[in-house]
Design a protein around this ligand. Structure first.
Ligand SMILES: [Zn+2]
Length: 478
């Protein structure tokens, strides 16, 4: 009998990504969110007879950019096809998608702790369907077609993923790329990124794929991870009881932590695909494709490498900082203005991230500009502020717009390193602690630290501890 440790999990992911265009893929209707139901519609996206689709050039550009960022080959010619099925929120009775000739093929994405290459089979373009609303009017279902015709790309991976954690990491890396390339908001909660997981198991060492099920309705990365794990155990249970896995679509129920069958799985021939007769072939020139490639920004993996090699940031810190493009931009601005990348990394990873996490905010809402933070760090480097005083100024900068130096002076936090001022405190401490001074002179060197501490206390933390140390040593012959 095969034990659960001897089953290998095989996962492939299909990710639908809403492209960030102003208008729909085949008509001029707005893609804006939150309008009145059916406000963003016209004869084309309502599927009225005789209305003709016209392809949105911006959507093609964003789809190509997505594919190129994933290392895919953009095809010189691709074909739109009708995928026929009936659904109340699909008024045409078919969805315009791409079938045997998608816009791009054969890419990959590094995922998991060892950055294994996960193959990407294809990227294709398609239109979104509308929405059925079942809970607004008791006894009635309503249709909102505002979303019908929103441009999507579907990114289909090879069945290369082996653990639910690796699948989650793949999604995280993919989301980063979508954000860096600015092709999508890639927000799972808002539905601009949707994931379906194909899951099967097989005895470890087997080359044959087991029967797969498809899980839908997962609305966060952690739910994808949980759902795959639940399905893995369900399939192992079936096979170990001598039953078989049925090919079907399953819905994830996050509240119950269960999957439940939705319908038996369709095969592609069920959709009776055929080339869309109302649209020409999509022909992209080599020059156009190269122009899209050269317009790509630096991608997250390359940026992680650069932060480590050029700035000496640790691998862990580089991973955290580059996970959000805007945060990485902020970090690089602080570095450029201040000059010391390690210090900048310490503050961004520490104080800045702590504030963002506590306030559940993004870096664009962070009240301290990169320039102001850099000038605060300058004050620590040149000895004007101690690290403790700098932290106090940082807290004030969160709530007011002044310059760090001005605020530090106003609050009396500027470090005193002028000997005349320091000697007043040093002499007073020596006079107040004759016993300690005697023992120090007698060889108890560790008492020097105690006396430095007393001077710091007397100065309200403003004395420069290094200079105080030197002055005491000189005066007491240490
Ligand atoms: Zn329309």
């Amino acid at each position: 009998m095969t034990t659960s440790a001897e089953w290998e999990l095989v996962i492939g992911l299909e990710v639908h990504v809403q492209l960030k265009t102003d208008s729909k893929i085949f008509c001029g209707c707005a893609t804006s969110f939150g309008e009145d139901p059916n406000a963003n519609t016209c004869p084309v996206c309502l599927g009225l007879p005789g209305a003709l689709p016209v392809l949105n050039a911006k959507a093609v550009e964003l789809a190509a950019r997505t594919a190129l960022a994933l290392g895919c080959t953009v095809q010189p010619v691709s074909v739109f096809a009708r995928k026929n099925y009936f659904y109340p929120d699909l008024p045409k009775g078919y969805q315009i998608s791409q079938f045997d000739r998608p816009i791009a093929l054969a890419g990959w994405l590094p995922a998991g702790p060892d950055a294994r290459r996960i193959g990407i089979t294809r990227v294709h373009m398609e239109e979104d369907a509308g929405k059925s609303i079942h809970d607004r009017f008791p006894g009635w279902s309503a249709i909102d077609l505002n979303r019908a015709g929103t441009p999507l790309v579907e990114i289909v991976s090879e069945p290369d993923l082996r653990t639910s954690a690796e699948a989650r990491d793949y999604l995280q890396r993919l989301k980063e790329i979508l954000e860096y390339t600015e092709v999508s908001d890639a927000n799972m909660e808002e539905g601009s990124l949707r994931v379906d997981a194909n899951v099967s198991i097989r005895p470890a060492g087997s080359e044959t794929l087991g029967t797969k099920t498809e899980i839908k309705n997962m609305n966060s990365f952690s739910n994808v991870e949980r759902a795959i794990e639940v399905e893995r155990l369900r399939q192992i249970g079936l096979l170990e009881r001598g039953e078989r896995v049925v090919s079907q679509t399953l819905l994830w129920d996050a509240d119950r932590g269960q999957v439940r069958p939705q319908r038996s799985k369709e095969e592609s021939h069920d959709y009776r695909y055929f080339p869309e007769p109302d649209l020409p072939l999509l022909a992209l020139s080599a020059e156009w494709i190269e122009a899209q490639r050269s317009a790509l920004p630096e991608l997250p993996a390359a940026r992680r490498e650069r932060l480590q090699s050029a700035f000496g940031v640790s691998a862990y810190d580089a991973g955290v900082i580059t996970a959000d493009r805007a945060l990485a931009d902020y970090f690089e601005e602080v570095c450029a203005a201040h000059g010391d990348a390690r210090v900048a990394a310490t503050w961004v990873m520490g104080e800045v991230l702590a504030w963002l996490n506590n306030n559940r905010s993004a870096i664009r809402d962070f009240p301290i500009t990169a320039g102001r933070l850099a000038r605060l760090l300058d004050l620590v480097r040149d000895g004007t502020l101690s690290r403790t005083a700098a932290k106090k100024v940082f807290d004030l900068l969160l709530h007011e717009s002044g310059e760090p130096r001005v605020i530090a002076e106003r609050e009396g936090l500027v470090q005193v390193s002028d000997d005349t001022a320091l000697e007043i405190w040093v002499d007073a401490v020596i006079a107040d602690h004759p016993a300690e001074v005697e023992r120090l002179k007698g060889g108890e060197k560790k008492l020097l630290g105690v006396l430095v501490g007393q001077v710091m206390k007397r100065s309200g933390g403003r004395a420069d501890p290094k200079r105080v140390n030197q002055l005491l040593a000189v005066k007491l012959g240490g």
